[in-house]
Write a protein that binds this ligand. Structure first.
Ligand code: AMP
Length: 218
C-alpha cells in the first residue's frame, strides 16, 4: 500500500513515470486530466462544464475537481491499495481539501515527487507529444525523442495516435503560466510537510525512472 503524489508542470513527464510506478507498486493511477477528458468524450455534465477551461489551458474550478477526486478515492481499489495522484492537486485549495479529507479518514500521503523541467524543454515536449487514443492504452510518444515505429500508430496496441487539443503553443504557454502561478506554490507546501522530493526530469524517460526509483526508496 502506497499513497503518492506526482507534481510537475504540464509535459514534465508525470504520465510516463506513473506508467511504471502503478505497475511496480500495484497502485491505482488517478489522473484528473484523463478522467476529465473521458467525461468530455462521453458528453457527461462534468465534461460539458470542464471542456472550455481545458481547451483554453485554464484550470477547471476547484469544487469540480475536488469532488471528482474525493469520489474516486472512495472506491475500493484506493482503500485497498492506496493511490498515485497525477495532476492533482494543482492549487493550494485542492491540496488543503485533500489534506482535510485524508485527516478525517486518518490517512497520510507517503511521498510527493516533484519532477523539475525547465519551461523551454516543456514547450518542445508538449508540442511534439502524441497520445494513443485507446483509453485502455494511452501510451505517450514524442515525435523526436520517442517516435512510434509507424507514423500515427501506437506500437503497443495499433490504435491511432492523436494530438491533445491543449498541446499547442498558445495553450501550453497559458498552461505554464497557470502552473507557475497556481501549482508551483505546492512545492513549498509539501516541503514544509516534510514529504517532498524534487527529481530532475530533464534527462531521458529511462534516466528519470532511475532517479524516481531512488527517491521512492529513500
Ligand atoms: P493534464 O492531463 O493533467 O495535463 O490536465 C489537462 C487539463 O485538465 C488541465 O490543463 C486542466 O484544464 C484540467 N485539469 C486536470 N487536473 C486538474 C486539476 N487538478 N485542477 C484543475 N484542472 C485540472
Amino acid at each position: 500500500m502506497i499513497r503518492l503524489i506526482i507534481l510537475g508542470a504540464p509535459g514534465s513527464g508525470k504520465g510516463s513515470q506513473c506508467k511504471w510506478i502503478k505497475e511496480d507498486y500495484n497502485v491505482p493511477h488517478i489522473s484528473t486530466g484523463d478522467i476529465l477528458r473521458k467525461n468530455i468524450a462521453e458528453g457527461t455534465e462534468l465534461g460539458k462544464k470542464a471542456k472550455d477551461f481545458i481547451d483554453r489551458g485554464e484550470l477547471v474550478p476547484d469544487e469540480l475537481v475536488i469532488d471528482l477526486l474525493k469520489n474516486r478515492l472512495e472506491e475500493q481499489d484506493c482503500k485497498e491499495r492506496g493511490f498515485l495522484l497525477d495532476g492533482f492537486p494543482r492549487t493550494l485549495a485542492q491540496a488543503k481539501a485533500l489534506d482535510e479529507y485524508l485527516n478525517e479518514t486518518g490517512i497520510k500521503i507517503d511521498k510527493v515527487i516533484n519532477l523539475d523541467v525547465p519551461d523551454e524543454e516543456i514547450m518542445v515536449r508538449t508540442i511534439n507529444r502524441r497520445t494513443c487514443e485507446n483509453p485502455n492504452c494511452k501510451e505517450i510518444y514524442h515525435l523526436i525523442y520517442n517516435p512510434p515505429k509507424v507514423e500515427g500508430i501506437c506500437d503497443k496496441c495499433g490504435s491511432k495516435l492523436s494530438i491533445r487539443k491543449d498541446d499547442n503553443e498558445e495553450t501550453v504557454t497559458n498552461r505554464l503560466n497557470v502552473y507557475h502561478e497556481q501549482t508551483e506554490p505546492l512545492i513549498k507546501y509539501y516541503a514544509e510537510e516534510g514529504i517532498l522530493t524534487t527529481v530532475s526530469g530533464q534527462a531521458s524517460i529511462e534516466d528519470t525512472v532511475e532517479l524516481v526509483k531512488k527517491a521512492l526508496k529513500n
